[in-house]
Design a protein around this ligand. Structure first.
Ligand code: URA
Length: 216
């Protein structure tokens, strides 16, 4: 575990100093990601916004508040999951990240996934979906479904920022969180021996945050 911690800290520092694409000239802070390096659940968003750029932490603005409440709604503490983005620096004016920017950051996200070894990855929005599952259908078809690739399970969800200003997307996002809850419960019940060898257990994480009646 010490080796993993050291690798994670080195990767964090590398991301914070990165000058691989033009976003380094407009960012205030790069935003590597937050959370336990042995988390069984990872959430991947698009790119930092203004508050994230100012603080160096992901999902700390309005979209982050919604994400926190969605997670709490299924008994999952934000602090139990690893949260990051496909692009680590804010695109000016919150525009969509360019293909070259996504490609420049790709090795960072790939290394984070290799280090954390999450069992379940929540894909927040179409950019995260198509970065990690290029052959997936559109987010409007894929949201709320459970996709398995290799040893990982992916659950695409609408991006919380999109749901902030669209009531019907918010309703759908809340419904899709029930699927996340269901998968966590099933995995919690079936698990007991760690998240792909990284030393923590999904069942242990869930039992920390679920009420007694809810425990699988
Ligand atoms: N939107 C994202 O995709 N990521 C953040 O960190 C904040 C808002």
């Amino acid at each position: 575990m010490q080796q993993v911690d050291a690798s994670a800290a080195a990767l964090d520092a590398e991301i914070r100093a990165c000058q691989t694409c033009g976003l380094c000239t407009t960012r205030t802070n790069a935003v590597p990601g937050d959370g336990p390096i042995n988390a069984a659940v990872m959430a991947v968003g698009e790119a930092p916004g203004q508050t994230e750029d100012a603080t160096g932490h992901p999902f700390v603005g309005a979209a982050g508040n919604l994400l926190n409440s969605l997670l709490e709604g299924i008994g999952l503490s934000r602090s139990a999951i690893f949260i990051t983005n496909i692009v680590k620096c804010r695109p000016p004016g919150n525009r969509d990240p360019l293909d070259g920017e996504v490609a420049a950051c790709a090795p960072y996200l790939d290394q984070q996934i290799d280090l954390v070894k999450p069992e379940i990855i929540l894909l927040l929005g179409r950019h995260a979906l198509h970065r990690l599952i290029p052959d997936a259908p559109t987010i409007s078809k894929a949201h709320g479904t459970v996709l398995t690739r290799g040893e990982r399970t992916y659950i695409p969800l609408y991006h919380p920022a999109a749901a902030l200003y669209n009531g019907s997307l918010l309703t759908t996002l809340r419904e899709d969180m029930n699927t996340v809850h269901q998968v966590l419960r099933e995995r919690g019940a079936a698990q007991g021996s760690g998240n792909s060898g990284n030393g923590n257990t999904l069942s242990r994480q869930l039992s920390l945050s679920w009420t007694a009646e809810e425990q699988p």
